[in-house]
Design a protein around this ligand. Structure first.
Ligand SMILES: Cc1cc2nc3c(=O)[nH]c(=O)nc-3n(C[C@H](O)[C@H](O)[C@H](O)COP(=O)(O)OP(=O)(O)OC[C@H]3O[C@@H](n4cnc5c(N)ncnc54)[C@H](O)[C@@H]3O)c2cc1C
Length: 392
């Protein structure tokens, strides 16, 4: 009802992973809590995460798997709410976990079970959630006043857990950054992360012809390398190893792909020079045929024996270090995360409270802490949400 005013100890903006986790922790401390979200359903990203199976944690969660201007900032919260604690909480709620890669846990059933866990945690802690509510203004007034489409709420603590800009279709907005700036906090420039690369014409024709091909490769960018599937799309490159590389990629950076990691192809090429084997045929023994033929171009039909050794050496070198320069990324529309965000210099790593704005907290993806693919982003949402929820 417009014009109505309520009082709460804590208002949390954003009913996503971090906001709901934070609200439950506040509620358990006896604080009266209201979570506000403009979306019609809570935790929409969690629902679709991990392809509907939600990769909700990773035992390796530690600073080396996160990007931030202050790489150590995430350490404190991650150490106090650990992946093991999240697994125990999931088990407590009857969520069966499946370890798909060492340390990387998904729901054996559905991501909806994690959403149900969050909603139950809030219910049991007495934290109220108001969905379909627009936030129109936030003001300082002793504590804070939050003006919404349903009335005003006064609170002594305000937690901003509105996430990043990725996947606008699921409710993402820049509100959290606006509030940070309003209260004088810095915001590290944001950009889409964990996102496929796109290539401009004329290179795009090459990718279009290979759309759907997937192969195991090692992708290097920004001084790091990741091994995993690389997928050719109509516009460029995707797949887990590519998404990881996009976290460190900056415009105009080169990305180097080893198409045959751990398999030195040169001896195999040289050994077959006396046979009548064609270049394309030999490569198709190790790579998807469609890719091998397109990669070699007209050279695919040449007998190995007719290709000078120097050319074979060059071919092998290029297969192990294919250098590409993406024109850009698919952008926030399909990015799984937003790099950058509220500057960690402005926050306490123990409580997530703004140093210069007592009572104002930030948690989750809105903060300049971005994880690799692998359950790291949700573990950060849980840990930072819990850290804020123990103090707000
Ligand atoms: C397709 C996809 C798959 C993913 N899979 C995984 C995975 O398997 N494992 C993993 O660790 N991470 C995954 N992620 C990343 C992960 O989902 C996010 O990092 C995580 O949800 C961030 O939590 P958060 O609470 O900070 O933000 P969010 O979960 O995005 O929640 C923010 C909430 O704030 C609300 N909000 C935003 N603006 C406003 C506003 N102006 N007014 C009111 N409310 C607002 C939104 O509606 C939303 O409910 C995936 C992301 C995507 C897009």
């Amino acid at each position: 009802v417009k014009g109505r005013e309520e009082r709460r100890d804590v208002v949390v903006l954003g009913a996503g992973a971090a906001g709901l986790f934070c609200a439950a922790a506040c509620g358990r401390r006896g604080r009266s809590v209201l979570v506000l979200d403009h979306a019609r359903e809570a935790a929409a990203k969690v629902r679709v995460s991990g392809g509907g199976r939600c990769n909700f944690t990773n035992l390796a969660a530690g600073p080396e798997h996160y990007l931030s201007r202050n790489p150590q900032f995430c350490r404190s919260a991650l150490a106090r709410f650990t992946p093991a604690a999240m697994l125990a909480l999931a088990a407590h709620h009857g969520v069966r976990a499946e370890e798909r890669e060492p340390g990387r846990f998904f729901c054996a059933g559905s991501a909806r079970e994690i959403v149900a866990l969050l909603e139950r945690e809030c219910r049991e802690a007495g934290a109220a959630v108001a969905l379909g509510t627009r936030v129109e203004e936030v003001r300082r007034d002793a504590g804070f006043v939050v003006v919404t489409s349903a009335g005003r709420v006064r609170c002594s603590s305000l937690v901003v857990a509105t996430g990043g800009l990725s996947y606008p279709a699921l409710g993402a907005s820049g509100l959290g950054y606006e509030i940070a700036r309003q209260f004088g906090l810095g915001v590290v420039e944001t950009r889409p992360a964990l996102v496929p690369f796109v290539f401009p014409e004329p290179q795009r024709a090459f990718f279009r012809d290979l759309a759907g091909v997937s192969l195991e490769a090692e992708v290097s960018c920004g001084g790091r390398r990741w091994r995993g599937k690389v997928l050719f799309t109509h516009r460029g490159l995707s797949g887990p190893a590519v998404l990881q590389a996009s976290l460190l990629w900056r415009p105009r950076d080169a990305v180097v792909v080893d198409l045959l990691p751990g398999d030195d192809v040169l001896p195999a090429l040289l050994a077959r020079r006396r046979s009548r084997a064609l270049v394309g045929t030999v490569l198709a023994e190790r790579l998807p045929r469609r890719f091998a033929l397109a990669w070699c171009g007209p050279a695919a039909a040449r007998p190995l024996g007719s290709v000078p050794e120097r050319e074979l050496r060059e071919l092998a070198a290029r297969l192990h270090a294919w250098e590409v320069r993406p024109g850009g990324t698919e952008g926030y529309r399909t990015a799984e995360a937003t790099a950058g965000g509220v500057d960690t210099d402005a926050l306490s790593s123990r409580t997530m409270e703004a140093r210069e704005a007592p009572g104002l907290y930030f948690a989750g993806e809105v903060v300049d802490v971005t994880g690799e693919v692998g359950g790291y982003n949700l573990q950060w949402a849980w840990a930072s949400g819990r850290a804020a929820g123990e103090h707000a």
